[in-house]
Design a protein around this ligand. Structure first.
Ligand code: ADP
Ligand code: MG
Ligand code: ZN
Length: 600
């Protein structure tokens, strides 16, 4: 097709022009910024303290205050008798805090800051100092890219592997494997299918949450059929310069045709495959990439043995054109593993690990409803790490329990200094969740209540989830809202003040309430209707302003009612709340049995 070639060349010329202009601007920017930095650095240099200097100053007792922000490596140091604050680099906040505690020095000199603004600021200034390096790097990459443009045959970025993974490495998913066996057979012996006149799906969409094993399955299909596996992630197609994304798609398919039979795997296809828009800039670029993908998939010769697998967790976002016959017309949905699936996944990942005889994988599977395959693999790996650190000969139940908590709520932050006031607040907040939950039929299965900070959470209330449920009732969702708002209700009633600690609870509750009205049709007045503004931003406009107002009102009624009920339950059970909160302040963690004892 000579016409197409012509267009390609023109496109390339245009691209080179843009690249050239961009280069010039980049060089000027580098010179300007370097000059500015040299001047401003002189001043900053005098205010720097090295880590060793800082420790020495602390030993000498001349440090008045060290102000640190969690997550940042720079700290502000205020010295006695010196007006100006100095800047010090702290390689590890935790190690530093521990060192100070070890020296049994006055801990008050450290001020830990969680202020995100300060955090951003430090990132900002950090970024500023490495800006010239970044720009230089960008320049080098750019030069490589320009060379790449002239060099037609080469393929960049996409990764070809001969997968050793087979269906034996994929646990559960028996029906899905059956379906994929068809593809494997085709890749192994395409002739038989052609002779029969059978049409094999060219594109298969794997849908499922992150961690459910989509990549694993794609690799297993390749491994099982013993064909090469070319993979690329959708986000890698998104490019700074117009046209590059499309040319990457072209090269990817060129390469595949050369080595066919093979599998092309496009991860996160929603990054390029979301609805085409009439917008400009990045959006048009995205459209071009998507168009190219459509062209390539239509352009397969009938005798080409290439299967395109794509993964996404948001199939509803994809452009309809991608799902037409001949493109991604087969869809395999990978759900969260059920009890049997979880046990099978645990068994696979337990193979090379040593466990104590008390460990029962079945009971772990029972305790981990809602976990993905990746979560489960991660838990067993963490358990092995924890067992090693604790010098155990084998992995024990306790190691696994700790690993579950580490994966779900985050690492225990034993070094975090919590004031008495915060401790009391957290204790009442968590006790509020627990007490309110204990009065609700669908929420009362509490596993543990804790005020030991983990990850970003100041404390947590853990529920038992040993039931595989496919449906959640309206009652259960309403009670979940009440349980979520129990923390805030307790703060308000007991401390007569409310804190930011409940922000995550409120966010989760609001999302549930919104889903109840707009997704599950649980509103009495609005009835069974589904509104997805993510899919179609104009849907609400179509339904009218009044309808939008009604949704807002319904969501608010759900949340208000839940909050009122939570407060009621707190009032009615005030004595129990106090008992649980006081015990939390004393012991920090309460087990399920202890909790039941306390609320008897
Ligand atoms: P996704 O691509 O859906 O985000 P991955 O395929 O990357 O998920 O899964 C991550 C890891 O989780 C895998 O490498 C594997 O160790 C584990 N895993 C997930 N699902 C399964 C499964 N069904 N059987 C065995 N391991 C699994
Ligand atoms: Mg993946
Ligand atoms: Zn809470």
């Amino acid at each position: 097709m000579p016409e197409r070639k012509n267009r390609k060349d023109k496109e390339k010329e245009k691209k080179n022009k843009y690249l050239f202009a961009f280069l010039i601007i980049l060089i000027i920017a580098i010179i300007a910024i370097s000059a500015f930095l040299i001047i401003s650095n002189k001043d900053a240099e005098e205010n720097k303290l090295t880590y060793t200097e800082l420790i020495k100053q602390i030993d000498d007792g001349v440090v008045e205050k060290v102000e640190m922000t969690i997550g940042s490596t720079t700290a502000k140091v205020k010295l006695k008798d010196v007006e100006k604050e100095k800047q010090a680099i702290i390689p590890s906040t935790q190690a530093f805090v521990e060192l100070i505690q070890e020296k049994a020095l006055n801990g008050n000199i450290i001020e830990l800051n969680q202020n995100p603004e300060g955090f951003l600021k430090t990132i900002g200034s950090g970024l500023f100092s490495i800006l010239p390096t970044l720009l230089l790097l960008a320049l080098i990459i750019l030069m490589f890219k320009m060379q790449g443009l002239g060099d037609k045959g080469k393929v960049y970025d996409s990764e070809t592997t001969n997968s050793k993974i087979t269906f034996d490495d994929v646990a559960g998913l028996d029906e899905e494997k059956q379906e994929m066996m068809e593809i494997v057979d085709f890749l192994k012996n395409p002739k038989r299918f052609y002779e029969m006149g059978a049409k094999i799906p060219r594109g298969v969409l794997l849908c499922g949450q992150p961690g459910t094993g989509k990549t694993l399955i794609a690799k297993a299909i390749a491994g099982q059929a013993n064909v090469p596996f070319i993979s690329m992630s959708g986000s890698e197609f998104i490019e700074m310069f117009a046209g590059l994304g499309a040319s990457r798609v072209r090269k990817l398919f060129e390469k595949a045709k050369k080595i066919s039979p093979c599998i092309i795997f496009i991860d996160e296809i929603d990054a390029i495959g979301s609805r085409r828009t009439s917008g400009s800039g990045a959006e048009t670029e995205n459209n071009q990439t998507l168009n190219q993908l459509l062209v390539e998939m239509d352009g397969f010769d009938t005798e080409e043995t290439i299967i395109v697998l794509a993964a996404t967790n948001r199939p509803e976002m994809l452009d309809k054109a991608l799902l037409r016959p001949g493109r991604f017309d087969r869809r395999i949905t990978i759900a969260l593993p059920d009890l049997r699936g979880r046990e099978a996944i645990l068994n696979i990942h337990a193979k090379e690990k040593k466990f104590s005889s008390e460990v029962d994988l079945r009971s772990i599977a029972e305790d981990t409803a809602g976990f993905t395959g990746a979560d489960l693999a991660n838990i067993l790996n963490e358990a092995a790490i924890i067992a090693t650190i604790n010098d155990h000969d084998v992995i024990t139940n306790k190691d696994i329990e700790d690993a579950v908590k580490k994966v779900t709520v985050g690492l225990e932050k034993q070094s975090r200094v919590v004031s008495e006031k915060d401790k009391r607040l957290t204790a009442y907040h968590e006790a509020g969740h627990a007490i309110v939950s204990s009065r609700l039929e669908t929420q009362k299965d509490i596993k543990e209540v804790s005020i030991i900070p983990r990850g970003v959470a100041g404390g947590y209330t853990m529920y038992r989830t040993n039931e595989d449920k496919y449906y959640i009732s309206k009652t259960e969702m309403e009670e979940k809202l009440v349980a979520l708002l129990g923390g805030r209700a307790a703060e308000k009633i007991v401390l007569n003040d409310i804190s930011t600690g409940a922000s995550n609870d409120i966010e989760v509750a609001t999302n549930i309430a919104k889903d109840m009205i707009t997704k599950y049709g649980m509103s009495e007045t609005l009835g069974p209707i589904s509104i997805n503004t993510e899919q179609d931003p104009y849907e609400l406009q179509l339904l009218g302003e009044k309808f939008g107002d009604a949704i807002g009102a319904e969501v608010k009624v759900l949340l208000d009612n839940a909050y009122i009920r939570a407060q009621q339950l707190i009032h009615e059970n005030r004595d129990k709340l106090d008992r649980v909160a006081q015990t939390l302040i004393k012991k920090e963690v309460i087990s399920a049995d202890e909790f039941q004892e306390l609320i008897k």
